[in-house]
Write a protein that binds this ligand. Structure first.
Ligand code: KIV
Length: 278
């Protein structure tokens, strides 16, 4: 089976099929979400928090993104792979943006790249698209600007802010992006943007009328039950079962119950052949 292309994804808007996107940061999670049938996988710079344990995405580097992109690409057979452009990898000039996007395609095996910002990022989007690399835009709450925005706040509230967001959405579409992420935007405004654009919108905290939705894999699986923003729905609560499994392992190691004879090798060579280590 081939991987989904930008044309497949754009066709989904035309035929009113919702796009399901999810983040992944390694090959194991990528294989799992791909097998479940997700349309797009995003190697988000949210890995700054989820993988690296930082408070924000600002310390993530292009090397980090290329590395995790490569890991995720190995786990995918069907889903389209988008890799985030990290902070300061595209803000300096359109030329810098193209060089960074090129690395994410060559080294990170990205099929498309995502970058944040509205009108101000349009020249970077245009330059990358002209070189034949598809781009996903990202407006609303743009985490790389958290310090300028004054925190993780809903964007586009009030008439002037809503008008600016609509203007930014058009600027990114005109620059050639093939899809647009809307993060933490009032549902009514996200619906208006979705109506106004030819390209699909993918929402996170932007209501149900976007053309698709994206969530962070660890969040929707409930790996961290202390993280519960309003927009998050947990489709599983795995923190406790995983902790309990590890506790059971520790108990059995300490008591000597694990490994049993069935998990041990013997001189008789009647063991099953090992086909994979780890
Ligand atoms: O970095 C990320 O995971 C993202 C999504 C939340 C849209 O940008």
């Amino acid at each position: 089976m081939r991987r989904k292309t930008v044309l497949d994804l754009q066709k989904m808007k035309a035929t009113n099929e919702k796009i399901a996107m999810i983040t992944a940061y390694d090959a194991t999670m990528a294989r799992l979400v791909d097998t479940a049938g997700v349309d797009m996988v995003l190697v988000g710079d949210s890995l700054g928090m989820v993988i690296q344990g930082e408070e924000d995405t600002l310390g993530v580097t292009l090397d980090d993104m290329a590395y995790h992109g490569r890991c995720v690409a190995r786990g995918l057979s069907h889903a389209h792979l988008t890799v985030d452009m990290p902070f300061m990898s595209y803000q300096i000039s359109a030329e810098q943006a193209l060089a960074s996007a090129g690395r994410l395609v060559q080294e990170g095996r990205a099929q498309s790249v995502k970058l944040e910002g509205g009108e101000r990022s349009a020249p970077a989007v245009e330059k990358i698209v002209q070189a034949g690399i598809p781009v996903v835009g990202h407006i609303g709450l743009t985490p790389q600007s958290v310090n300028a925005l004054g925190g993780w706040r809903v964007q586009g509230r009030g008439d002037a802010a809503a008008e600016q967001l609509l203007h930014d959405a058009h600027a990114i579409e005109e620059a050639g992006a093939f899809a647009l992420v809307l993060e933490m935007v009032p549902a009514e405004l996200a619906a208006e943007v979705t109506q106004a654009l030819r390209i699909p919108t993918i929402g996170i905290g932007a209501g149900r009328n976007c053309d698709g939705q994206v969530l962070v894999c660890n969040d929707l699986l409930g790996f961290d039950m202390s993280f519960s923003p309003k927009f998050l729905k947990r489709f599983a609560e795995l923190q406790d079962p995983m902790t309990q499994a590890v506790s059971a392992y520790i108990d059995e190691v300490r008591s000597g119950a694990f490994p049993g004879p069935e998990h041990s090798f013997h001189r008789s060579r009647t063991d099953k052949k090992v086909t994979r280590l780890y």
